[in-house]
Ligand binder design. Structure first.
Ligand code: BGC
Length: 260
């Protein structure tokens, strides 16, 4: 059994669990702690450290941790941040977390991690061509995977559509904040997915995020050329993808290493 460890930093909660990489399942019940406010790197670092400590028995000392963040990650830093403190922007996040945790750290975009997990264990397993995994939550995250290879850091949740940042119209947090019914929200999703479809002609859309458990309420209302399916791992995909990223960094230390 290969156990790896993943932590998913979200706009409202920071969640972690040991992951059994053979099964693609949590090896213990996950722990969730609300995201600190303000959500600075240091404040989030403390929460992450307490999650790692909590699972100390399950995860060997000095073993790597995969951490996902709701922003693009380039060479270990975050060039742009929509839904956490702006102090993340340009901050040497991977170095800091490595130091704070005393372990190797793989820092990864949250939607990219979810995409990796869906390709390895979930709804996009072995799917050829271009798969776009979207996560609907506080924002909209996207992962583009072509023939099983991730093209990292796509930020298609920030496409400007009808004069709006797309996630400000169609994320599931907006559904909550504006009190939209599922059919009302589905109209916005229709506009979003048909625009992405027009731009990229994908072979499959996968819809993730916690709201994917309510797929029957909105999925059947969408009309697209592209097959569109709910994520199999729902909101576990971020943690599982983070754990995959941690393990891959160990197996192929150069693959995710800094390149300049
Ligand atoms: C961020 C993405 C992230 C998504 C989901 C967006 O606001 O820019 O990087 O994947 O939210 O958390």
């Amino acid at each position: 059994m290969t156990i790896s460890f993943g932590i998913d930093i979200g706009g409202s909660g920071i969640k972690g669990a040991p992951v059994d990489l053979q099964k693609g399942k949590f090896a213990a019940k996950r722990l969730r702690i609300p995201t600190p406010q303000p959500s600075t790197p240091q404040a989030c670092g403390e929460v992450i450290a307490s999650i790692v400590d909590y699972f100390a028995d399950a995860v060997p000392a000095k073993s790597p941790v995969g951490i996902t963040i709701p922003g693009p990650v380039q060479h270990g830093t975050v060039p742009f941040m929509a839904n956490l403190s702006q102090e993340w922007v340009g901050f040497p996040a991977d170095e800091y977390l490595k130091e704070r945790l005393g372990r190797p750290v793989s820092l990864f975009n949250d939607a990219d991690a979810a995409g990796l997990a869906e390709v390895k264990y979930g709804a996009a397993k072995d799917h050829p061509g271009l798969v776009i995994v979207t996560t609907l939550g506080t924002g909209i995250g996207t992962a583009m995977i072509y023939n099983g290879v991730l093209i990292p850091n796509s930020e298609l949740g920030h496409l400007e559509i009808d004069g709006y940042d797309a996630e400000k119209r169609a994320a599931s947090s907006i559904k909550e904040n504006e009190g939209l019914s599922y059919p009302q929200w589905a109209e916005r999703l229709q506009r979003y997915y048909s625009h992405v479809e027009m731009l990229l002609s994908p072979d499959l859309f996968v819809v993730g995020g916690g709201v994917s458990k309510d797929w029957e309420e909105f999925g059947p209302l969408l009309t697209l050329r592209t097959p569109i399916v709910p994520a199999a791992l729902q909101n576990k995909a971020g943690i599982i993808g983070a754990a995959i990223a941690a393990e891959e960094a160990v197996e192929h230390p150069d693959a995710l290493a800094k390149k300049r």
